[in-house]
Write a protein of this length. Structure first.
Length: 147
C-alpha cells in the first residue's frame, strides 16, 4: 500500500513540475495516467524480484513480435501514429478481447489473474492473446509498419 501512495504522491509532484511547459487541458487523465504508469513501472523495477522481472521480460518479448522498435528519430516521431493505429485495431475487437489485451500488456496481469477475473480458462486467455497479437501484427503491417 505504501508503494501505491508513494506513486500517487510522486505523480502529483511530477505533474506539478511538468504542467508549466505543458497544458494538458483536454487530456489530463491520460497525462496523469502516463506519469503514474511510468512511476509504477520504475517502482516495480526498483523492488524487482526475479519473478516480476521475468514477467516484465516475457511481456516485452511477446509484444516485440508484433510492434516495431524505435531505432531512429523518425520512428520516435511516428509513435503517436503507432498508438492511434493500435487503438484502431483494439476498436475492432470485442470488449472482452480489449479487456484481456489491456489487462495483460498495460496492467501486466498474469494469464491466471485474467482468466480468474473474466471467467475464462487459461488456455482460452492464451489463445485470445496469441490471436490478438497476430491480428495486431497484420493490422500494423497493413498500416505500413515493418514488424
Amino acid at each position: 500500500m505504501a508503494s501505491a501512495e508513494e506513486c500517487e504522491n510522486d505523480t502529483y509532484l511530477e505533474a506539478w513540475n511538468r504542467i508549466p511547459p505543458n497544458e494538458p487541458r483536454t487530456y489530463l487523465f491520460a497525462f496523469l495516467g502516463k506519469i503514474t504508469r511510468h512511476l509504477a513501472i520504475d517502482e516495480c523495477r526498483k523492488n524487482t524480484s526475479q519473478k516480476r522481472y521475468a514477467l516484465y521480460c516475457e511481456l516485452t518479448q511477446e509484444m516485440e513480435q508484433c510492434i516495431p522498435s524505435k531505432n531512429n528519430v523518425e520512428e520516435a516521431f511516428a509513435a503517436d501514429e503507432l498508438a492511434l493505429s493500435i487503438n484502431a485495431f483494439l476498436a475492432t475487437c470485442s470488449e472482452d478481447q480489449r479487456n484481456i489485451f489491456v489487462r495483460r500488456y498495460w496492467y501486466f496481469d498474469t494469464v491466471a489473474e485474467i482468466s480468474k477475473k473474466y471467467g475464462y480458462s487459461q488456455s482460452q486467455v492464451k489463445t485470445a492473446l496469441f490471436r490478438m497479437r497476430e491480428g495486431l501484427k497484420q493490422h500494423l503491417e497493413k498500416e505500413g509498419y515493418a514488424v
